[in-house]
Write a protein that binds this ligand. Structure first.
Ligand code: NAP
Length: 352
């Protein structure tokens, strides 16, 4: 029997991805779709302006959109949250207190000491924070969070390098897609033919979250990785896919082949467990001088991998490369679904 799940913020850019990716999922069955009071009472087909390249699933089209008020009850065990951060803060806590397992995409709880900020290939062991969360909050349910979209693809590329060689400093410049701003997001007149060199809060998120993700568990909380991270974040007129130019220093002297070998060999628990949404290769290396590109490399591993390329020496830091990640798949809905699968596999969700 499948685990019954609901989607909060189901009508938005990330909510739609949840609906798309959960269609036919082997473990999860969507039984509730919720959004704001503006959409509540309409069918999902009426409320949602579907912007994805596969048809809206028939089962979703006819479903009533539910309100997300704190006293709402959903006939399910797990909730995937794609709520705006300000709404997510109190609402996700209320639902965890009511017994739901909340897998969130929102930033509201990512940096809470007792909330795992989880990418299973990067820091699966941080799930242990849930014991602290249960003890401190007394919730029968729980909250785990997925990382910010640009941080997620970055952390996947960094994990094996940090493990093998030790990162000592990091600099990243992003070129982030329009869909990262949700729907309808950035007005066309602001972004067409333009680059916007500011995304509110994004640089701070990348700098903080990267260090939490690569940090170590110590005495029931996470000691952040101790290398400095500096990020520049830009919005560019690309529909989907965040590209990042990354420079980093390593504690060891290594060759280009050493780095490529570590990336290509990278496997973690989700791959060993065969989780349904786990990519076979979490990091995919392109050797061409002009890849990765969003136009060509976004659907590698169904959008669940980080694609890296252009690895070369850097006069300032030691090494530099380019990476690409799918912001609404691995960077949002796909990442949160993998987190949910990981929770199930690790025994945090009772299977019917
Ligand atoms: P979005 O397109 O603006 O969608 C927002 C969703 O939240 C809609 O379903 C909306 O419902 C609902 N909502 C808005 N106000 C609400 C309220 N007061 N109560 C209940 N529901 C409400 O945003 P998005 O891009 O999908 O982002 C959703 C979350 O994921 C955000 O926290 C964002 O930071 C995070 N995230 C986004 C991305 C990305 O690439 N877009 C990546 C990673 C994380 P209505 O349609 O009824 O207004």
């Amino acid at each position: 029997m499948k685990i019954r799940v609901g989607v909060l913020g189901a009508t938005g850019a990330v909510g739609q991805r949840f609906v798309q990716l959960l269609d036919g999922h082997p473990w999860f069955e969507v039984v509730a779709l919720a959004a704001s009071s503006r959409s509540a009472g309409l069918t999902y087909g009426e409320a949602c302006h579907w912007v994805l390249d596969t048809p809206m699933p028939t089962w979703a089209r006819a479903m009533p959109v539910l309100d997300t008020s704190p006293d709402a009850t959903f006939d399910c065990l797990m909730l995937f949250s794609a709520l705006p951060a300000d709404v997510a803060g109190p609402v996700e806590e209320t639902f965890a207190a009511a017994g739901y397992v909340v897998c969130s995409n929102a930033s509201a709880h990512r940096m809470d000491e007792d909330v795992p900020l989880l990418i299973p290939e990067v820091n699966g062991d941080h799930l242990a924070l849930l014991a602290t969360q249960r003890q401190r909050r007394g919730w029968p349910g729980l909250i785990i969070t997925a990382a910010n979209c640009s941080t997620t693809s970055l952390a996947l590329a960094l994990r094996p390098l940090h493990e093998a060689f030790g990162i000592t400093k990091l600099h990243a410049v992003t070129m982030q897609a329009i869909s990262g701003a949700g729907y309808p997001g950035v007005p066309s007149l602001d972004i067409l033919g333009n680059v916007i060199p500011h995304i509110g809060g994004e640089e701070e998120k990348m700098e903080r979250e990267t260090r939490k993700l690569l940090g170590r568990l110590q005495g029931g909380c996470v000691a952040p990785a101790d290398f400095p991270v500096s990020a520049h974040c830009n919005r560019v007129p690309v529909r989907d896919g965040h590209t990042e130019c990354v420079s980093l220093s390593l504690a060891q002297t290594v060759t280009r082949e050493d780095i490529v070998q570590v990336w290509e060999a990278f496997q973690a628990e989700p791959q060993a467990l065969g989780l349904p949404s786990a990519p076979k290769r979490p990091v995919v290396v392109r050797q061409e001088v002009n890849r990765p590109q969003p136009l060509y490399d976004l659907t590698v591993e169904q959008g669940m991998a980080t694609v890296v390329g252009r690895l070369r020496p850097c006069a300032l830091f030691g090494w530099k490369f380019v990476l690409l990640g799918h912001n609404t798949i691995r960077g949002a809905a796909g990442g949160a679904i993998l987190n949910g699968e990981y929770l199930v596999a690790k025994g945090w969700v009772p299977r019917a």
